[in-house]
Write a protein that binds this ligand. Structure first.
Ligand SMILES: [Zn+2]
Length: 475
């Protein structure tokens, strides 16, 4: 019997607003505990929440980017539960009337695009943080009231890879929009997964489990792989999957039960009487629409079309908005966009990865990459020398022309000069010449090496090869 997995994801993104969702406290990460708090986010009696307009703006932005239906009338609701890091005893969220419904996240998988349909997206406040130490447990309320969007997909994914691509695609979009930094390790993008299995071809969904505690893309995929296999094994042995919440244990690589359905919370949702319903008009939506940047997929298609670069290269370049913009500035400076892409993808990203840096940290201005490519294209320096120049550019941020001039790296293209060198090398290596004449054509590599050694790599390799073959045939 063949089984099929059914996966739905719930993703929480922390919004990059300066202040919290219902008060003026800062949202900065990493401040000393309980320094970004006030009576509102501490849940003191008698205070009233005031909605942060920016949160709504960001939600509309995401709704437009994912083609969601934007509800002009939505409402906040109280989600009641007790936990030490929840000062009010309830979390302000949205329930029966969320701000966004429908829409989809497009993913690229197996060489094609696939739309992963969304159920809804709603606004809510984050809870605080409990820290357990040997001498006791502590609560930090800095995070209490930080704005979140919860993005709920429909259960339409069928493999851990699809789920992974969905997350990457969603992360890319929220980062392009500038509404979330997408940092999973710091918890600004969190993911829970609902997963079940069924016999392939059946319509009815199997019993699902909810997976929590996965703080990287890799863990999400690994946890799903494990859980799908576990559920299939249970069914194969004639057992039943129990509906429960399971925690991913990174160290042992397995999921462990946390609580079952019987213990699950009854949240007693009801409309929050302290907040009026949220009304959004067309003008507001239009104003936000004007601020939308070019999104990753549109950028990808434009890069392929406008610059004629390889699709697989374009895909890497649009991964981060900064990198895409960097490429575009460099490409405009050169007639060879593909070469520009090659330099950025192999050399620049190689160096940055080695140093644990990001594109914004590099000393090389994009225009300088374009100039370097032009130096090679015009034959002023060889491709090999260009690598030396690039290294220097990376370390100093200097212009390629300046480096070439100062270090005397200009390529030797004078045929007479190269011819003389060729003759010298052939004369001082009679044995190798004999071998060449005897049919060992690859001896030519040895001669090229000798000439490059004499010129410190500056001789134009095309002319060197051409003249070598000519002189050897003459002998
Ligand atoms: Zn506050």
């Amino acid at each position: 019997m063949e089984y099929e997995a059914v996966i739905g994801l719930e993703v929480h993104i922390q919004l990059l607003t300066k202040t919290k969702i219902f008060c003026g406290c800062s949202t900065d990460f990493g401040a000393p505990p309980n320094t970004h708090v006030c009576p509102v986010c501490m849940g003191m009696p008698g205070v009233l929440p005031v909605l942060n307009k920016k949160v709504v703006e960001y939600a509309i932005k995401l709704g437009l980017a994912l083609n969601c239906r934007i509800n002009k009338f939505s409402r906040f609701a109280r989600k009641n539960y007790f936990y030490p890091d929840l000062p009010k005893g309830y979390q302000i969220s949205q329930y029966e009337l969320p701000i966004l419904e429908g829409g989809a996240v497009e993913i690229f998988i197996n060489g094609g695009y696939k739309k992963i349909a969304l159920e809804r997206i709603h606004m809510e406040e984050d809870a605080g943080k409990t820290v357990h130490k040997p001498d006791g447990s502590y609560v930090d309320f800095n995070r209490a009231g930080v704005p979140l969007l919860e993005i709920v997909s429909k259960p339409v994914m069928h493999s851990p890879e699809e789920a992974g691509e969905y997350l990457k695609s969603l992360r890319r979009i929220v980062r392009y929009l500038g509404i979330c930094d997408g940092n999973m390790e710091e918890g600004s993008l969190r993911c829970d997964a609902n997963v079940s299995v069924r016999i392939k071809g059946e319509d009815k969904l199997g019993t699902k489990t909810e997976l929590k505690n996965m703080n990287s893309f890799k863990h999400v995929e690994k946890a799903l792989e494990y859980e799908i296999e576990r559920q299939i094994d249970v069914l194969k042995e004639g057992g039943k999957v129990i509906q429960q919440t399971r925690l991913w244990d990174e160290k042992s690589g397995i999921t462990k039960p946390m609580r079952s359905k019987e213990e699950s919370f009854e949240y007693r949702y009801f409309p929050d009487p302290d907040l009026v319903p949220l009304i959004i008009d067309d003008k507001w939506i239009d104003d936000v629409r004007k601020t939308l940047p070019e999104l990753p997929k549109e950028k990808l298609e434009r890069f392929i079309e406008e610059y004629g670069i390889k699709p697989e290269d374009a895909r890497v370049l649009v991964e981060e908005r900064e990198l895409a913009e960097y490429f575009e500035r460099a490409a405009k400076e050169s007639k060879e966009p593909q070469s520009v892409a090659n330099w950025i993808l192999s050399e620049l990203l190689g160096y940055l990865n080695r140093d644990g840096k990001e594109i914004k940290d590099t000393l090389i201005k994009p225009e300088q990459i374009g100039k370097l490519v032009e130096l090679v294209e015009k034959g002023i320096i060889s491709g090999k020398i260009a690598k030396t120049v690039f290294k220097e550019m990376y370390n100093s941020g200097d212009d390629p022309e300046k480096i070439v001039k100062e270090k005397g790296l200009i390529q030797i293209t004078d045929r007479g000069e190269i011819e003389k060198l060729v003759e010298e090398v052939l004369e001082s290596n009679p044995k190798a010449v004999e071998q060449y004449k005897a049919g060992k054509k690859n001896t030519i590599g040895f001669f090229v090496g000798q000439i490059m050694k004499k010129t410190k790599g500056k001789a134009n390799p095309k002319i060197v090869n051409e003249l070598l073959v000519k002189k050897l045939e003459e002998k």
